[in-house]
Design a protein around this ligand. Structure first.
Ligand code: GTP
Ligand code: SPV
Ligand code: MN
Length: 594
């Protein structure tokens, strides 16, 4: 018996059930009892290990083919190819659905199909959206409990006629009668994985992966790919951005939203603690921002998520103490090392680990191979973060003062620069570039353009996306956020980071806030406004003058040497390039005298 009064939902659940043929269907209520029951199922299946050292926390090891997002297997399926644009994989909805129906047919045999009603954003808020995920993975159920708001309250909001975004998911591994997972992470081989989006009907179909954004469909699939397409149609924005509040010694609040590509520092910046006297930072979100213009003409942001799905390697009390405190209990770990005393470990954690079981389940000692996968992750409730804003669930959101773009660049790109206009800022975001990370299985090129950190997440044509940004700027006018670009990742020839990064990034944020207030200097460069060394608060920082000069320098010859790459990127967007972007490119080159 279904507990739903919603006939659209009941009909869809029945239609899917008939196709995937699960042993049974279970409706999720989001309760603690349900979480515990799912964990017990996962323990019994040999997929979860209970950690002795962390209360109510569990470790999972996935399959080596299923450790990150798979961009080559991710589709934006629209009737016309042009609407998916030059940066997305496209197949027509008819063709893709036919292929996927073939795979879905009987794919849940021997398994339970869970029905997960969830809200992205505070339940009942006018910005929130309701999704319902059907999945055969109990691992997905427990993760969705943390990352979204699951439960019967969602069903109340949905009522008899409310609308929802259908999210169908299967790990793609049916079980024979009597067969069990037996400690083997269920998923399908890479060529059978499909992460499909149908933005014209707000529909998500995912098959074959049980990991992260491929499987927790509220996150990248709904809150970014589908929501970005909805935002364009409805005049709002869904962005791959952290949200943080910085309060200065006088008590003035600044809200900052920053877009960095996957594994390029959002979680770290979102939870940073400034080493600057009198300055306070609080976290609102670490990955996604939904933003709307409100009656006062300003842009307000909410975090649609309820938890953090953060990169584990590199996270330590030194780099991100607030993240470490967020994962002390009630956390899920995936692809980390299991230590001999029953805790988790990963590379660059505070103390070394001499022995354990690695992410592949093998006896492990430090040596040639890493113990934790590069994209090993933790899942933890946002409310466990000691510096989460007390009003982080306020459905009204917070007014954004500052946008920051950035990426991971070993060379060329200086520490920070500021746009001289909104259009210039859109150009900075559109041309953002980063070196590849472990967050996507198949991103390999040396330097990739990742516009607004949305390359893998924009659910429509990137040319239209940039046009949408320009138009949002027109609507915001003088109330538009100031736009900056940062790079924390410059290295010396010897391969050492030039800028200390992490908490010290607050020094750069302080300069941004003071720029907004008109209280601090800058020099004009071909990139935009940049601080002179004396414009940055460097109290208590140990950095050599040489390194500081290096990160604050504009190497015109190096930028000119990248004109070809810039032209190539613009040519890729080609016929879809907004006129205003072409103008920015011309002006940019002119400023460099070329
Ligand atoms: P997604 O969750 O994939 O969207 O990633 P994210 O943008 O939240 O990345 P995260 O903050 O988890 O950072 C990823 C890696 O970058 C970690 O290994 C961090 O230690 C490292 N990192 C973050 N901030 C800095 C910094 O300021 N300097 C340096 N050198 N490394 C940093
Ligand atoms: C990212 O890759 O940007 C993530 C992790 O936040 S995942 O949810 O797996 O996409
Ligand atoms: Mn992300």
């Amino acid at each position: 018996m279904s507990p739903s009064k919603n006939s659209k939902l009941n009909a869809w659940v029945e239609e899917v059930r008939a196709m995937v043929q699960p042993d049974k269907v279970e409706w999720c209520d989001g309760s603690k009892a349900e979480y515990d029951r799912m964990m017990q199922i996962l323990l019994d299946a040999g997929l979860a290990t209970k950690l002795k050292k962390r209360p109510n926390s569990f470790l999972f090891r996935s399959d080596p083919s299923d450790v990150a997002r798979v961009e080559d297997r991710t589709y934006i399926s629209t009737r016309n190819k042009r609407d998916a644009g030059p940066t997305n994989n496209w197949t027509s909805p008819d063709e893709l659905k036919a292929t996927m129906r073939g795979l879905y047919n009987g794919c849940m045999k021997g398994r339970t199909m869970y029905v997960i009603p969830f809200s992205m954003g505070p339940i009942g808020s006018d910005i929130a959206k309701i999704g319902v995920q059907l999945t055969d993975s109990a691992y997905v159920v427990v993760n969705m409990h943390i990352m979204t708001r699951v439960g019967s309250k969602v069903m109340d909001v949905l009522g008899a006629n409310g609308d929802f975004i259908p999210c169908l998911h299967s790990v793609g591994k049916p079980l024979q009668a009597g067969q069990a997972d037996n400690g083997v992470w269920p998923c399908a081989p890479i060529e059978k994985k499909y992460i499909a989006h149908f933005p014209e009907e707000n529909l998500i179909w995912s098959y074959g992966s049980g990991y992260g954004g491929n499987a927790l469909l509220g996150k990248k699939c709904l809150a970014l790919r589908i929501a970005s397409a909805m935002g364009r149609k409805e005049g709002w924005m869904a962005e791959h951005m952290l949200i943080l509040r910085l309060t200065n010694p006088e008590g003035r609040r600044f809200h900052i939203a920053a877009a960095f590509p996957s594994a390029c520092g959002k979680t770290n910046l979102a939870m940073l603690q400034p080493p600057l006297k009198g300055w306070k930072a609080e976290c609102l979100g670490d990955d996604i921002a939904w933003m709307k213009i409100k009656a006062d003409g300003r842009l307000y942001a909410i975090n649609p998520e309820a938890g953090f799905f953060g990169v584990a390697p590199g996270t330590s009390y030194k780099s991100n103490p607030m993240a470490m405190d967020s994962i002390k209990e009630n956390a899920i770990f995936t692809n980390c090392v299991l230590t001999d005393d029953g805790d988790v470990w990963w590379e660059d954690m505070d103390k070394p680990c001499d022995h354990g079981i690695d992410w592949k389940g093998r006896d492990w000692k430090p040596g040639k191979e890493v113990g934790a996968h590069g994209n090993a992750r933790f899942t933890a409730p946002a409310k466990q973060c000691p510096v989460i804003c007390s009003d982080w669930e306020n459905p009204e959101g917070v007014p954004i003062d500052i946008f920051v773009f950035g990426g991971r660049r070993t060379r060329v790109m200086p520490l920070v620069h500021q746009a001289t206009s909104w259009d210039h800022g859109v150009f900075m975001g559109a041309t953002a570039a980063s070196e590849p990370t472990a967050a996507a299985l198949d991103a390999s090129s040396a330097l990739r353009r990742d516009p607004m950190a949305m390359l893998p997440f924009c659910g429509y044509n990137v040319g239209d996306y940039w046009q949408h940004w320009f138009e949002m700027g027109d609507r915001l006018g003088s109330k538009a956020p100031a736009i900056f670009y940062v790079n924390w990742f410059r290295k010396s020839d010897a391969g050492k980071f030039l800028w200390p990064g992490y908490g010290d990034n607050a020094r750069v944020l302080k300069w941004m806030c003071q720029r907004v207030e008109g209280k601090v200097g800058a020099r004009e460069t071909p990139l935009g406004f940049m601080p002179n060394a004396e414009d940055l608060d460097l109290t208590g920082l140990s950095i050599s003058k040489e390194n500081l000069d290096e990160v604050l320098k504009v190497d015109a010859a190096a930028f000119k040497a990248e004109f070809g790459d810039l032209d190539g990127w613009m040519a890729k967007v080609g016929e879809f390039l907004p006129e205003r972007m072409k103008k920015q490119v011309t002006e940019y080159k002119k400023r460099f005298g070329g």
